[in-house]
Design a protein around this ligand. Structure first.
Ligand SMILES: Cc1cc2nc3c(=O)[nH]c(=O)nc-3n(C[C@H](O)[C@H](O)[C@H](O)COP(=O)(O)OP(=O)(O)OC[C@H]3O[C@@H](n4cnc5c(N)ncnc54)[C@H](O)[C@@H]3O)c2cc1C
Length: 156
């Protein structure tokens, strides 16, 4: 990161930002082109290693690309605020942002899917204890992104 003064490595702060974000944008490769898709998400974290979970219909462009490439970049941000200045060049913007990338897999078993959906519901609602019937599990795709790369930047 060029602006080292804005890089965040504190794991507590990184987790706080991810927890507070409500949308994760996935960046996918489509040949020579890029495809960005905003998604709700959930996550798990162990020793600073994050896995992000997403639910989806079983078909569509993003799933085609994930099946083809098996990899995605991701980006989450919060806390946008305009910092006003005397002239245009003096304006600035506050933000908190996490981005990275890693392999994405489509979860196959009911147990894997249940765990992924549980992480999503926990993040969206702040509550645990959700149940998912077999038909509901069968009807959705659940994606798991292993964050092999993850950086955090704050502009205060
Ligand atoms: C805040 C937010 C949260 C979301 N959460 C989820 C989620 O958890 N799970 C989920 O499956 N989807 C979610 N969506 C919808 C998601 O962004 C996609 O629209 C959806 O997943 C279909 O993607 P696809 O690649 O299968 O598109 P397809 O249905 O295959 O459509 C392909 C084309 O449709 C257009 N398109 C697709 N999505 C969008 C879009 N969002 N906005 C404008 N044009 C679009 C693009 O031109 C794209 O090339 C969310 C959207 C938002 C804004």
């Amino acid at each position: 990161m060029r602006r080292k003064d804005r890089e965040v490595t504190d794991p507590v702060k990184i987790r706080e930002i991810i927890t507070a974000c409500d949308c994760c944008r996935l960046g996918l490769c489509d040949g020579e082109r890029a495809y960005i898709v905003p998604m709700d998400f959930g996550f798990t974290e162990q020793d600073g290693r994050y896995a992000f979970y997403f639910h989806s219909a079983k078909e569509g462009r993003k799933l085609d690309l994930i099946r083809r490439t098996g990899w995605a970049a991701f980006e989450l941000d919060r806390g946008h605020a305009l910092v006003e200045g005397e002239k245009a060049c003096a304006y600035s913007a506050r933000y908190q942002c996490v981005m990275g990338g890693g392999p994405v897999t489509l979860l196959e078993t009911a147990e894997e899917k249940r765990a992924g959906l549980t992480a999503i519901m926990a993040h969206l609602t702040g509550r645990d204890g959700w149940t998912f019937g077999d038909a509901a599990l069968e009807a959705v795709s659940v994606l798991r992104l292993e964050a092999e790369e993850l950086t955090c930047k704050i502009h205060e």
